[in-house]
Design a protein around this ligand. Structure first.
Ligand code: Z5A
Length: 208
């Protein structure tokens, strides 16, 4: 049995993560790979319940510390109930967002990147993906895609100021620069099918 692999897709809102996750899963299934598609926050019964708490309600519903702890708790349940069992049977797990989202969104205000990594060590024994695909897209294009789909409606975190989202994008860029083995930046512009080919190239070395 070839080993299961854990692949995460990261990037800002509207970059095309969900679209590409579905396309990548289809491409892997066409190669007879057992694939589990999942997402964060969420991906297990408990984590989906926490997702509803995190993404709805007033902007100030949670303090930065409480918010980071909720993401870490959801992730611990997701790994335990969904990710590890799938990998154990040799499946590939594709997750729409994971730890790097917490580092980018929760780890550069009141809490630092080191704080988020400490929460991840406590919650999930520091577990990391085999590969993280960072979808990069100029801000205006990503905003345009998200707006075309959602109009002016956004969730608790998506609705934050553009400065915040710019800082998130810079943090993701830093991760790709500093963790070159794991985090691969992939250009998410152009037609969806072309982006999927780029993503497949970025995991080619992991394919059985
Ligand atoms: N969050 C956090 O703060 N901390 C954490 O630890 C985690 C998450 C895990 C989750 O929201 C929020 O939680 C998120 C971060 C925070 N908030 N923000 N920002 P979510 O899961 O509901 O949403 P999202 O992750 O931000 O994703 P999204 O807005 O759904 O975008 P996407 O998945 O990257 O894009 P998409 O849905 O695939 O595509 C967007 C639109 O563009 C859609 O209409 C597509 O048909 C279209 N599209 C896609 N690809 C293309 C191409 N190539 N060309 C043209 N149009 C395209």
């Amino acid at each position: 049995m070839s080993p299961g692999r854990f692949i995460t897709l990261e990037g800002g809102e509207g970059a095309g993560k969900s679209t590409q996750l579905r396309a990548l899963a289809a491409a892997l299934r066409a190669r007879a790979i057992d694939v589990v598609e999942t997402r964060e926050p969420g991906g297990s019964e408990g984590a989906e319940a926490i997702r509803a708490l995190l993404l709805t309600g007033r902007a100030d519903r949670w303090s930065p510390r409480a918010e980071a702890l909720l993401f870490a708790a959801a992730r611990a349940d997701h790994i335990e109930k969904t990710i590890r069992p799938a990998l154990k049977r040799g499946a590939w797990v594709l997750s729409d967002r994971f730890l790097d989202s917490s580092r980018a969104y929760q780890g550069q205000g009141e809490l630092t990147d080191a704080d988020i990594m400490t929460l991840h060590r406590i919650g999930s024994a520091g577990y990391l993906p085999d590969r993280t695909l960072l979808l990069t897209l100029p801000e205006e294009e990503a905003t345009g895609r998200a707006k075309a789909r959602d109009g002016d409606v956004s969730d608790r975190i998506g609705g934050r100021a553009s400065d915040f989202h710019r800082a998130v994008a810079n943090a993701f860029t830093r991760f790709a620069r500093d963790e070159t083995d794991r985090v691969h930046a992939v250009d998410a512009s152009g037609p969806a099918e072309v982006v999927t080919v780029r993503l497949l190239e970025a995991i080619e070395d992991l394919l059985p």
